[in-house]
Structures are given as C-alpha cells and as structure tokens.
Design a protein around this ligand. Sequence first.
Ligand code: ARG
Length: 468
Amino acid sequence: MSGNPKAKQGVNTVWGGRFESAPDDLMTAINASIDFDCRLYAQDIAASKTHAEMLVAQGIIPAEDGAKIQDGLDRIENEIADGRFVFKSELEDIHMNIEARLGELIGAAAGRLHTARSRNDQVATDFRLWVRDALTRSESEMRELQAALIDRAEEHAATVMPGFTHLQSAQPVTFGHHLLAYVEMLGRDRGRLGDCLTRLNECPLGAAALAGTSFPIDRQASAAALGFDRPAANSIDAVSDRDFALEALSTAAIAATHLSRLAEELVIWSSAQFAFIRLSDGFSTGSSIMPQKRNPDAAELVRAKTGRITGALVALLMVMKGLALSYAKDMQEDKEPLFDAFDSLSLCLRASAGMIRDLQVDAKAMADAAGEGHATATELADWLVRELGMPFREAHHVVGRVVRRADELSCRLEELSLDELQAVEPRIAASARDVLDPLRAVESRASYGGTAPSQVRAQVARARERFL
Ligand code: ARG
C-alpha cells in the first residue's frame, strides 16, 4: 500500500480495501447503475430486512444489531420515498448506496447485514421482485383493456361492418365480433404473464456470490418471507439466470404486438376514407397548420412503442447470449431495457383502454361499407349450394360471373335484377337476393364463435366469465 494518504482518497468504501487509488471518472461513469437501479429501492430494502431477520433467527448476527438494521432500513425507505435521500454514483448502485447510508445511520452494526450474501444474489432477488410486481400490474391493466373491449363489443354485437382479409372486403362481420378477437389475444397474453410469474417465483437470496455460504442460513425462511414459492435450487443458476426477465419481455413484446395491430386498425378506421370511428378529443391531437385535422397520435405511438418493447427483448437476449456462468457485470444491462419496456407497455395498455372506451362508432358508415366490394358474394354461393345442391366450387364460379356482371354495370350485387342473376344461372330464385343483405349475412353465421349477433352476445357472456 502506498504511504501517500492522498492516493487513498475516494477509494470505494465497500470494495476498496485492496485498491490504492480511486476509480477513474470514466470507470465510475460506465460502472454506475444508480441512475436507473434506484427504482429497485423498495425491493432492495424488503430483501435486506428479510435477510437480516433470518440472520438473527439463525443466530448468525446479534439481535440488537438486527434491530438497528431494521430501524435504519425503515428510515432509509422513508428518506427515499420522501425524496430526501442523496444517491451517489461513486457508490455505484442501489445496494451500496443503501448500505453506505445504513452505516451513517446506525454505525458498525450496518456492516453485519452483508453476512452470507453478495450483491449477486441481492440484485437477482431485487430484480425478480420488481419484475413480479410489473407483471402483476400489467396483468390488471390487460384486464382493464379487456373490460373496455367487452363492454363495447356488447354494445355493438349487431353493428355490421366489413370483415377484411388482405385488407380487402371479405365478408360482413359485426364490430362487436371484431373487438372480441382482441379480447382473446389479451387473454393469451395474460396466460403468458401467469406462466412467467409461476416460473419466476423462486428466491435467489442465499446463493451468495455463486457458491452458497458456510453460514447456517435458512433459505426456505427467506424465500417464504418474500412471497417466493421456494428457494432457487442451484446457487450458480440463481445468480446467473435472467430467464424471468427474458420471459417477461417476450410476453410484453407479444402483447405490444397485439396492441400495435389494434392501434393500426384505429388509425385506419378513424381516417376520413373509412370514417368508421371517431376517436374522442381526449385521445386525438390537432395539426399546427391544417385546421381540419384530427390525428390519432395516441394510436400511432402505441404502434411505435411496440418497437422499443421488442427492442428491449432483443437487447437482453444479446446481453445474455455469450455469458459464461455465473454472474458477469454485463447483467447490469438487464434493467434499463426492462424498466423502459414495462413503462411503455403500461402506457400503451392504459391509452388503448382509454381510446376504446371513448371512441364513437359511425354505424351507418360501417354498414354502407359492409355492402361494398361484393362482400356478400359468398352468401350467394352458399345459397346455390344449399338450395340447388350445387358443388361449392361450381357455385364459386357462377358467383364469380355474377360479380363480373355487377362490375360491368357498376352496381352492387344486391342491385342486380333477378333477370340479370338468371342470365348467369337460370335456377336462381328471388329468395337468393335476400341473402345479399349484409345484416342477413351476418345473422346467418351463427356457428360457434361466429359473427351472428346471437353468437357475439354469447361470446361476450363467456368472455366476462373467463376474463373479468
Ligand atoms: N449493480 C449490479 C448489477 O446490477 C449489482 C451486482 C454487482 N455484482 C458484482 N459482483 N459486481 O448487476
């Protein structure tokens, strides 16, 4: 060790024992995570309190030191919650900021808290707790969005609109039926969140640096106190695993992809060319130059934020892919993308629910469009099959000729006279023209899960039971 007392200044008080001089400013800048991992403070304090309690219960540290630690940690939690705590980047991360402050508040007893643990099991525990909370919150936000979709679906169980494939008019459907498709997607998202929560819920605490500890700790007790189902089985895996974060992000990415598809439809439907819906003033913006504009910015941003949420998944996959076991500092890069992804997902879920709850439907515009593009051509083909016993392929061909005739005359299918229809297929009867009405078409599709209003109401009832 150098005899120069100045050289020792600024040496890290936690790990600086073997160091001669303080880290370079750039080292501090690249190493510090406090700017973002300060968000783990409540989890870090909860895990530290649990750990200290277990150390006392096991006779590893004296009870009076344990009591001081509990009291000091409570005070720190209040300081942080009230914004009175001073975070220092020289202290790298949330763990060392809290431990250093504990030392200022309670003195030497603070040094006993880190017995039988390491920042490696500490951060793995804190982060799991944070992700657990985030998944739980997302789950309830998804449920809220489902509730909004189900309410609007019930209201519009019989509102006819064009159904699309390839964004071309395909067959008429109801708006309620269409909205319920998103309820199913969100139901699967919630299922994925639940699966992720189940696998996540194992406690790394007590794995210590990687190898476990020689102290007689009680990992079962710590796990139970923090609401985990069990301690993580293997101490090396416990500190090197970030599958829970990857699973959470992949779940978030899939959910965001669903929201993006919904957002895209809101953008299309609210355009002047479609005019199926009008987003509320609360979820629209104006243009600084074109006074007539109502822009669907919230929907566009939901669509766009899917990029950063999926980006977060890819970022963490890349961080993890080449890491030899066990912990490596690379893993500190797990937090920012995940925090950002879940902040974004929460905003997207809440904004989507707001847009759905508020939007106004123009049922007439939807119904008019449902009759365009010969969207009931399949109905006529089905009539030929049903009433004349014609094979479907042949019926398809006959209706193709009918469609061509309507195009030649620039009219809709239902505007063709019976004579015109019979010129293509003489056996077509007047009753065939009834099936060309979009509402009739929709009502006839009463197969399970189909678009008939009766089915949509049944789906609404089942969705309420399954999801709300
Ligand atoms: N801030 C660190 C992280 O987020 C905590 C763990 C540090 N562990 C270590 N051995 N340096 O990963």
